[in-house]
Write a protein that binds this ligand. Structure first.
Ligand SMILES: C[S@@+](CC[C@H](N)C(=O)[O-])C[C@H]1O[C@@H](n2cnc3c(N)ncnc32)[C@H](O)[C@@H]1O
Length: 269
């Protein structure tokens, strides 16, 4: 572990919230197990007890590194005349928003949420200046902040609102996550209830899916998360049949927004 890594903030936080942050070496080893996914820009990751974002930052780093490599390839292929001022931003900006929009976190402590978002934005800016070699457009940064505000949320990832242990913290049935999808230079935004989001590989017919949640407890409702695609056990979902006859749950969005240009994402509400 590096000397600057602090895994325990206080004994009280460990006792109350089980807060022991994961060291970078372990984060990298775990992410290597799903390396291909961490390098796919739109592959979605949720850390349901994200702390200060140790996994989220490492995932963002990996995804932005992919964009950097693609940019370097383009630079070699483009002729001098084709490299008009700003060409790097035109490629980097929307792709980097796909990467930012693909990471999600929940934590029960507000200071962790703020710290995670701050780390992510700071890393984004620092990386942007190094790779794109200019300062990011303020509108782009507003889009990044807006997406992070929608994706990294205060909440209790175990309890419903009636049984949350920390007053004022939304229960898992009150958490709304946003799906971001890029279509050219525009983004589609749809909102889903967290407790209606799918849970990977869960067929409609499977009555007793069992899996351990992030805290090691058995959660009867959820299997491994795969955000937004299909599979929900909530009534906010439809049951669809695939061409092989398998029944799957398809979450229904609670809200759907018009397409918006990537520099104007923050103009939405
Ligand atoms: C073991 S730490 C892990 C933090 C981070 N995932 C990491 O690996 O560095 C557990 C985190 O879960 C949070 N937490 C505890 N109970 C929670 C709950 N019911 N819902 C959401 N987060 C919770 C704590 O605040 C703490 O940040």
């Amino acid at each position: 572990m590096s000397e600057t890594e602090q895994q325990v903030i206080s004994k009280q936080r460990v006792a109350q919230h089980g807060e022991v942050l994961t060291a970078r070496r372990e984060v990298d080893a775990m992410l290597d197990l799903v390396k291909q996914e961490t390098e796919r820009l739109d592959s979605r990751f949720l850390e349901p007890a994200c702390g200060t974002g140790n996994f989220l930052i490492a995932i963002l780093e990996r995804k932005l590194a992919v964009i950097e490599r693609k940019l370097a390839q383009q630079e070699k292929q483009l002729k001098k005349a084709e490299k008009r001022p700003g060409w790097k931003s035109l490629f980097y900006d929307p792709n980097s928003l796909v990467a930012v929009g693909s990471i999600y976190g929940i934590d029960i402590l507000q200071d962790n949420i703020e710290a995670a978002k701050e780390r992510l934005i700071e890393f984004y800016i620092e990386n942007y200046k190094r790779v794109v070699e200019v300062d990011p457009d303020p509108n782009l940064l507003a889009s990044v902040r807006f997406i992070l505000d929608k994706n990294i949320l205060l909440g209790d990832a175990i309890h419903t609102h009636e049984s949350v242990t920390v007053p004022g913290v939304p229960g898992l049935d009150e958490i709304i996550f946003t799906e971001w999808s890029r279509i050219g230079d525009e983004f589609k935004r749809r909102e889903f209830r967290f407790d209606a989001i799918n849970l990977d590989g869960q067929e409609a017919s499977s009555k007793t899916p069992v899996q351990r949640n992030l805290f090691g407890e058995i959660d009867e409702r959820y299997s491994q998360m795969s955000l937004f695609d299909e599979d929900s056990v909530e009534p906010t979902a439809d049951i669809l049949k695939t061409d092989t006859g398998k029944e799957i749950y398809k979450s229904r969005p609670v809200k759907d927004y018009p397409l918006v240009h990537y520099l104007h994402i923050a103009n939405g509400k």
